[in-house]
Design a protein around this ligand. Structure first.
Ligand code: DGL
Length: 284
């Protein structure tokens, strides 16, 4: 299928593509499978190029568009979930422009729900640098800045440490970044809400809690993204009515790491991860 080609609206059987720089999108895939148990998913981890968060926008945009094209051409996906805040910020507009009839669902830090839930009006946002320095985030933050005090913390290295399951480094980085965010708690002036603005972070909530304490509410975007995916498929008549579902796992690097992460973090069984090389058409 070429750029802009129409999606056959009668074929609800086709899988849903889910993509992240690496293992982080598995947190979104869990929510998608819970919400859409009859659907088949193709999960693509761009492990060979992870993490994205400290790379340039142009690099992330090239990888995102190349992977979207691969999932459409090789797997005939009926919708794409960009399960990566960084790729959403850098490139979702390009994917939507290239494939205007394909439902494309992105993720972004949940600032709005955080404003609605916070009682102290102090909200910490942790995410990658590319996400936090993007125009998309700037616009979102700007639209809500009068309603709460946001403590914004770029967490360089954290997604990479989670990707490689480096527990000592994860602990050290959590201490460093949450220590810099401000005082956590539910008393006036304290941060009572933490926005997990990277899909890798739901896998380290235990470590994050060590620094925030238990009064702080964590917000991630898996469930709302899954609900939005269901709505779009329903509107398009593309929802799978029956079937047992399933997940095909693809990695752009040696697939063992993705297999191990899936065994550790994914709810339910999956097909074994296999390698899938997706080359950019232009040099990164
Ligand atoms: N999991 C991704 C996100 O939500 C990307 C992290 C990274 O590759 O740096 O931003």
């Amino acid at each position: 299928m070429s750029a802009g080609a129409a999606v056959n609206s009668s074929d609800a059987d086709r899988p849903i593509g889910v993509f992240d720089s690496g293992v982080g999108g598995l947190s979104v895939l869990n929510a998608l499978r819970a919400e859409l148990p009859h659907e088949r998913f193709v999960y693509f981890a761009d492990t060979a190029h992870a993490p994205y968060g400290e790379r340039g926008d142009a690099f992330v945009a090239k990888r995102t568009t190349a992977i979207a094209r691969h999932l459409i051409d090789a797997h005939g996906i009926k919708a794409l979930v960009v399960a990566c805040n960084t790729a959403t910020a850098a490139a979702i507009h390009q994917v939507r422009a290239a494939y205007p009839t394909l439902p494309v669902i992105g993720v972004e830090p949940a600032l709005k729900p955080a404003v609605a839930l916070s009682k102290t009006g102090h909200i910490a946002v942790i995410a990658t640098r590319v996400t936090l320095e993007s125009r998309k985030f700037e616009a979102l933050h700007g639209s809500l800045a009068a309603q709460a005090h946001f403590h914004i913390v770029p967490c360089d290295g954290l997604a990479g440490a989670i990707e490689r399951a480096e527990s000592d480094r994860i602990a050290a980085l959590c201490e460093k970044y949450l220590g810099a965010a401000g005082a956590f708690g539910d008393q006036p002036g304290q941060i009572d809400t933490l926005v997990l603005g990277c899909t890798h972070y739901p896998f380290i909530t235990g470590e994050l809690r060590r620094w925030t304490g238990h009064a702080v509410r964590f917000i991630d975007t898996g469930a709302p993204v899954a609900q939005q995916t269901r709505r779009l498929l329903l509107n398009d008549g593309q929802l799978q009515a029956g079937g047992t579902g399933g997940v095909l796992m693809l990695s752009s690097a040696e697939p063992g790491a993705l297999d191990a992460a899936a065994a550790r973090w994914l709810d339910g069984s999956v097909d074994r991860a296999i390698g899938a090389r997706v080359a950019d058409t232009t040099a990164a």
